[in-house]
Write a protein that binds this ligand. Structure first.
Ligand SMILES: Cc1cc2nc3c(=O)[nH]c(=O)nc-3n(C[C@H](O)[C@H](O)[C@H](O)COP(=O)(O)OP(=O)(O)OC[C@H]3O[C@@H](n4cnc5c(N)ncnc54)[C@H](O)[C@@H]3O)c2cc1C
Length: 376
């Protein structure tokens, strides 16, 4: 397994962080240094707390550094679906929070990292239009317009659907590493430090412990393994991707189709990063395995060929874990005295994750109840 995002020189040059060595004390400990955990580190240190952060692998070793790189406004369900499931205030509230998060990331990391190209929701695959999905695109469009969120109809070389001009793309590994580099001056961060147990006021790792009155567990896939009391509230699934060699210019921005199950972005050098197929192999993909599987990879190769409108050379294949919740609302929960958890982004955590991680910090420090867009 190799991850295309790690070829970026800024990622390859990451010097790494030392593991924890022995027992330490801090005001707060953050478990998991993906984009969500780093948002918690930023929030806690911004409030003047001494923070220790730990990750089992490299920063962004999980989905946060291995995903499709889509920075899409909104929650996992499309806006009209989310309104139907959760009510207008919750669905629109989360949508607006993710748009604000995108503005913050774009301003902080700059255009060299965050590509503000918009996104296309395609009805069906390129060359295989789906009239039923086009009708759903129209419902989606109506909900966006009703709430003043920018959207246009797309009718182009790939097919028909929607264009969302406010969305963006990123190399997710670079995003996490640039963020960790900056936060390293404000907090003590450790890589290659697996947490074995989280208890009230204490985090035990393979290399020592962190005593802290506040503990934020920011782990998406596998959250219910680290915190068994969350079993039944989040369920882990594998999502898979591949990258190709350069192809002719085809994708002007990130493109997702088949209701978001398949997705691709074309990188500046012409390569495609493509993912999907989970719904086609759903039983096998409810797993904690994190290696790519032949069946799903074959499906994604087919998607890549449609995106490229021709044959592709596969250069990288990878997979990672994410957490799903029953109704698609992310989880933000108190799980102990001073211990809070954030996760369960149902496959769309690049912007939702940091929003929810900050809500978890507010829950731990201020007792602020989680917003209505979080699962109770
Ligand atoms: C293939 C794929 C494509 C995706 N595409 C998109 C997309 O385009 N847009 C989007 O918005 N979302 C996408 N997602 C979902 C998104 O990547 C995740 O929801 C999000 O990145 C979760 O980030 P996180 O920081 O909350 O958690 P994670 O990335 O899960 O980070 C948790 C961290 O905790 C660490 N950890 C776990 N257990 C322990 C332990 N016991 N001790 C210490 N550390 C531990 C892990 O090493 C990891 O670094 C995709 C996911 C995948 C897998």
């Amino acid at each position: 397994m190799s991850v295309a995002w790690d070829d970026d020189p800024a990622v390859a040059a990451w010097p790494g962080l030392p593991p924890l060595a022995g027992d330490v004390r801090a005001d707060a400990c953050v478990v998991g240094l993906g984009a969500s955990g780093l948002a918690a580190v930023r929030e806690l240190s911004g409030r003047g707390l001494e923070v220790v952060g730990v990750d089992a692998g490299r920063v962004g070793a999980g989905a946060a550094g291995r995903n499709g790189g889509f920075l899409l406004g909104g929650p996992a369900p499309f806006l009209h679906d989310a309104i139907g499931r959760w009510g207008e205030a919750a669905a629109v509230g989360l949508y607006r929070a993710t748009l604000a998060e995108l503005e913050e990331i774009a301003a902080r990391l700059g255009p060299g990292v965050v590509r503000r190209a918009g996104s296309i929701r395609l009805a069906g695959l390129p060359g295989e239009p789906d009239e039923g999905e086009l009708a759903d695109c129209r419902r989606h469009e109506a909900a966006l317009r009703a709430h003043g969120i920018a959207v246009e109809e797309y009718d182009g070389t790939l097919g028909r659907g929607l264009f969302l001009p406010g969305d963006a793309a990123v190399n997710p590994a670079r995003r996490v590493i640039e963020t960790a580099r900056e936060l390293g001056a404000r907090a003590v961060l450790h890589e290659h430090t697996r947490v074995l147990r989280v208890a009230d006021g204490r985090v035990d790792t393979e290399h020592g412990s962190v005593a802290a009155a506040v503990v934020v567990v920011a782990v998406d896939g596998g959250l219910e393994v680290l915190l068994p009391r969350l079993q039944g509230r989040v369920r882990t699934a594998r999502l898979q991707m591949l990258a190709t060699g350069p192809v002719a210019d085809r994708l002007p921005c990130p493109v997702y189709c088949r209701s978001g199950y398949d997705y691709a972005q074309q990188l500046p050098g012409g390569a495609l990063a493509v993912g999907g197929g989970r719904d086609r192999f759903a039983d096998a993909e409810w797993t904690h395995e994190r290696d790519p599987s032949p069946a799903v990879q074959r499906w994604i190769e087919g998607v890549a060929q449609r995106m490229a409108a021709g044959p592709v050379d596969v250069t990288h294949r990878w997979a990672a874990s994410v957490g799903f919740t029953a109704d698609g609302r992310p989880l933000c929960a108190q799980v102990g005295d001073g211990v809070v958890a954030a996760g369960g982004y149902s496959g769309t955590g690049n912007l939702v994750g940091p929003v929810v991680a900050r809500a978890a910090v507010a829950l731990a420090l201020d007792g602020t109840p989680p917003p209505p867009y979080c699962a109770p």
